[in-house]
Design a protein around this ligand. Structure first.
Ligand SMILES: Nc1nc2c(c(=O)[nH]1)N[C@H]1C(S)=C(S)[C@@H](COP(=O)(O)OP(=O)(O)OC[C@H]3O[C@@H](n4cnc5c(=O)[nH]c(N)nc54)[C@H](O)[C@@H]3O)O[C@H]1N2
Ligand SMILES: Nc1nc2c(c(=O)[nH]1)N[C@H]1C(S)=C(S)[C@@H](COP(=O)(O)OP(=O)(O)OC[C@H]3O[C@@H](n4cnc5c(=O)[nH]c(N)nc54)[C@H](O)[C@@H]3O)O[C@H]1N2
Ligand code: SF4
Ligand SMILES: [Mo]
Length: 804
């Protein structure tokens, strides 16, 4: 054996469990968790398969998007080394510190070890250990009682994203007809605006795959920090740079991605829509638009009736090529230059005018492009510069680079500008600028959410597990983010993962609502922030632990990956599937669920056709758990077919005339705007973002990460000095919604007037309160009528900071 750098610990799993159980009974959760640290479990990092060691393979985090495939060396039943799976192509063998450090994370002191029952007040975090039988019965009894008294939808069930990655989110919800909390409220702010003009799902589909970054001449990252939030894609970033792409990052702070880009554009929080509107104006004024593209693929030549603002057209039946379904859609008219008449946009041989005004049958008709020029008269470059605090010459330069240097990407990342109430206006403005330049549907370009992962290449024939017809979740009464504020019928809740504090802002209101429920149970791996509020806590195992030989199939980088068992479930934890089966069994419904992960995986592969033809469990096992399904290296590309009524990119949103948003009209964010009177009390914009040390709150339990990267707010030297704050000081952040204490880092990368903090970590790591206490939960009314509903505007938050 090689030299041992860290003690391997003296406890066997058995004796350890005995001790853990006793301690849990006596001391509650803190006592149980205190039983061990990673030090007890670590083995020397030189371990490679030899002797009693074995190697297992699985795909790592789902929510991180990088989908790295890991090779795990297991010694004496313990994880000893994590490396990239070397059965993948060299360029796909990636890993980050969070993957490597799972050795510490899996065995962390924050693991929930046994089922627990609350003994103190809700929020106090006092528990006693109970048996699985007691815990499952308590959960089922609470659900049964509530549903008998108040109806099916009085039971709320939700899985956080990571928890639903294994085998979906829906089975228990469907079996028990639960309320699931409707619209997600996350990551679809810009998509609300973009998809209205390009079709549902376009926010990802109008972008080309990551492999095309090096084919671009210009890449603009708009409030997107991929060097942390998509860390394994860093290579594509530098490949693009090496290949000559000009990389520009628009960010409120000098982010890691900005620091590696050719240009950083520092923008005022929540004003990106003004910046993009400025780009639109520059492109129109300078004539940098692509007329041919606009006429052939966009609605710019369509005619609008000036009096009503409605698109001038006829309703007609259109048959869907794929489904054969007939639906009525509006076909707009264009002005045909050759005949000097209004003709349907898709008539043979029409030559549409891009600009002009005509009188037809007593109507004044104008092209959408001409109408845009008129509507945008007030939006000068100077105006855009004023609002966004970006020099008008820089905005003009951005427009020039985007329109004239060749194929260009304009990518956003779902964080940053997405988390303000005006994100839909920004998404809409992105449609305008893309439709002007034609930077979509061809090599090396795209607009929208970065599409590096499964969005462009996906397995074609994985089967889903079907439940009998009668099992369906209840029709949602309202989205979860509305529940603390509006009357609803929820009395009992069960979440897998901490949905209540991660997926909602304004935690004091949310947790007040949770405290008012008759019953709340959480199934989590770690002592996450919501755990303290639960009546029953169920210990889930991590994806490295399984009671069978396989876990689940995952789509990863053009491969399908079958997770293999690495280690036995730690402590008394169980897999989510096993826990769901135990709960379902209380109704006799376990018969409808897969009996094992293997049965589920075999079912999913049961009709393996198309790009996964011939894939079997046995083949996965023989090939380190991965099989490649992409048969070519040619990147999959977005097309010029848009899922709109006309099949074109539509810059003009007739349905939003009533909101004054037929073309994107600039609107300030809800709270973070310049002359908000609230600023007198709360002068700073509090923004959050992703950090390379966490996926949301996940990995908080890693002691090393927590030591060096605990709850810390970044503040500009100007604001720090004005308040006498120095790096390392304890500081209090406050607004009307709540308060919390963390440490300060005085950082030149931060714009004066703003604060930045990595999105969040478990509440018990803060000296007082936690980040989510102050965030804004305002729901943008207009968005209830949009595809994805209102989005939680976490960054649209004003606060004050002082030394604690
Ligand atoms: N490491 C890590 N990676 C992740 C995740 C994670 O938790 N950790 N989560 C995943 C998920 S769910 C998501 S949604 C994505 C998000 O991925 P990103 O969008 O890259 O993430 P954020 O860090 O939230 O925001 C990006 C940047 O927006 C900036 N910003 C804030 N406000 C504004 C603004 O008004 N305008 C502009 N231009 N910039 C602004 C911030 O300074 C930040 O650098 O990341 C995914 N990847
Ligand atoms: N303040 C602030 N809050 C934010 C954001 C922000 O920018 N600012 N960003 C938001 C964004 S973009 C997103 S997408 C959401 C993410 O919110 P979620 O989708 O809820 O986040 P995840 O990281 O997927 O979920 C992690 C939870 O599931 C648990 N978990 C992980 N794996 C499993 C499992 O296999 N089984 C079980 N039972 N539990 C498991 C973890 O311990 C943790 O409690 O957060 C949002 N919250
Ligand atoms: S957390 Fe790190 S190792 Fe895991 S999938 Fe993401 S980038 Fe890969
Ligand atoms: Mo997200």
């Amino acid at each position: 054996m090689g030299e041992t750098t860290v003690s391997r610990g003296a406890l066997s799993r058995r004796s350890f469990l005995k001790g853990a159980g006793a301690a849990a009974g006596a001391l509650g959760l803190a006592g149980a968790a205190g039983m061990t640290t990673a030090q007890d479990w670590l083995a020397p990092a030189k371990a490679h398969a030899e002797g009693e060691e074995r190697v297992a393979y699985l795909c790592h985090q789902f929510h991180c998007l990088s989908a790295c495939c890991l090779k795990c060396t297991v010694r004496d039943g313990r994880l000893a080394l994590i490396e990239p799976n070397d059965a993948l192509r060299e360029e796909d063998q990636r890993i980050c510190l969070r993957g490597i450090n799972e050795i510490q994370h899996v065995y962390a002191a924050d693991r929930i070890q046994t089922p627990l029952r609350r003994v103190g007040e809700r929020g106090e975090g006092k528990f006693e250990a109970i048996t699985w039988d007691e815990a499952i019965k308590a959960v089922a009894d609470a659900i049964k009682e509530s549903q008998a008294k108040y109806g099916d939808n009085s039971f709320f069930f939700r899985k956080s994203t990571e928890a639903s990655s294994a085998h979906g989110s829906g089975y228990l919800a469907a079996l028990l007809h639960a309320e699931t909390g409707g619209n997600w409220g996350l990551d679809r702010g810009q998509a609300n605006g973009l998809d209205a003009g390009c079709g549902v799902g376009a926010f990802r589909a109008t972008n080309n795959a990551l492999a095309e970054w090096p084919l671009a001449s210009t890449i603009i990252f708009l409030g997107f920090n991929p060097l942390e939030s998509s860390i394994a894609w860093t290579k594509a970033f530098f490949d693009a740079k090496d290949a000559g792409a000009k990389i520009i990052t628009v960010d409120t702070r000098f982010s890691p991605t900005a620091s590696k880009s050719h240009q950083w554009v520092s923008v005022k929080p929540g004003t990106d829509a003004a910046l993009v509107i400025g780009m639109v104006r520059a492109i129109m004024d300078e004539g940098w638009y692509d007329e041919e593209f606009m006429k052939a693929h966009t609605g710019y030549p369509f005619l609008i009736d000036r009096a009503t603002g409605e698109v001038y057209g006829v309703m007609r039946d259109v048959t869907d090529e794929k489904t054969g379904k007939v639906s009525r859609k509006k076909a707009p008219y264009v002005w045909d230059v050759a005949t000097g008449t209004a003709r349907l946009f898709d008539e043979e041989g029409v030559d549409p005018a891009l600009e002009g005004t005509w009188e037809v049958d007593g109507r004044t008709l104008v092209t959408e492009f001409s109408a845009l020029r008129e509507a945008y008269e007030p939006y000068t470059l100077e105006w855009a510069g004023e609002v966004s605090s970006v020099d008008p010459a820089v905005i003009r330069g951005l427009a020039d680079d985007y329109a004239n240097r060749g194929p260009a990407f304009l990518c956003f990342g779902l964080g940053g500008p997405d988390k303000y109430t005006n994100a839909d206006v920004l998404g809409h403005a992105l449609v305008l600028v893309t439709a002007l330049t034609g930077n979509t549907g061809k090599k090396g370009c795209g607009t929208g959410w970065y599409g590096g992962g499964g969005a462009f290449h996906a397995t074609s024939a994985l089967q889903s597990w079907k439940l009998p017809e009668e099992f369906k979740a209840s029709k949602s009464q309202m989205p979860m983010y509305d529940m603390p504020y509006n009357d609803n019928n929820v009395h009992v809740a069960l979440t897998f993962g901490d949905a209540f504090t991660l997926e909602a802002a304004d935690a004091n209101s949310m947790l007040e609502w949770v405290k008012g429920l008759d019953f709340f149970a959480i199934c989590d791996i770690y002592h996450s922030s919501a755990v303290d509020y639960a009546d029953i806590v169920l210990p889930a195992c991590s994806k490295f632990e399984c009671d069978e030989e396989v876990t689940d199939l995952r789509d990863a980088k053009g491969y399908l990956s079958l997770g293999q068992k690495c280690i036995d479930p730690l402590f008394e934890s169980k897999t989510d599937l096993e826990i769901e089966r135990l709960i379902a069994a209380q109704w006799g419904y376990d018969q409808y669920l897969p009996k094992s992960h293997e049965e589920y995986a075999r079912h999913r592969l049961s009709k393996a056709k198309g790009n996964i033809e011939g894939f079997t469990i046995e083949k996965f096992q023989a090939n380190q758990g991965v099989l490649r399904y992409l048969d070519s290296d040619e990147p999959v590309r977005s097309t010029l077919k848009f899922a709109t009524d006309t099949g074109r990119m539509e810059p003009y949103y007739e349905k939003q005339i009533k909101f004054g948003q037929a073309f994107p009209t600039y609107e300030t964010p809800n709270e973070a705007y310049e002359d908000n009177a609230k600023r007198q009390q709360y002068p700073l914009v509090f923004m959050q973002g992703k950090s390379c040390f966490r996926i949301h709150a996940y990995y908080s339990a890693s002691a090393w990460f927590q030591e060096y990267f605990g709850p810390q707010v970044n503040i500009s030297p100007v604001d720090a000095e004005a308040r006498g704050i120095a790096t390392g000081d304890a500081v209090r952040i406050t607004n009307d919604r709540g308060t919390f204490v963390c440490t300060a880092l005085v950082n030149n990368a931060i714009q004066p007037g703003t604060l930045f903090m990595a999105e969040t970590t478990y509440n018990h790591y803060y000296p007082e309160g936690f980040l989510q206490n102050v965030t804004n939960s305002h729901r943008q009314e207009r968005c209830y009528e949009m595809t994805y509903g209102p989005q939680i505007p976490y960054n649209d938050t004003l606060v004050e900071i002082e030394k604690a």
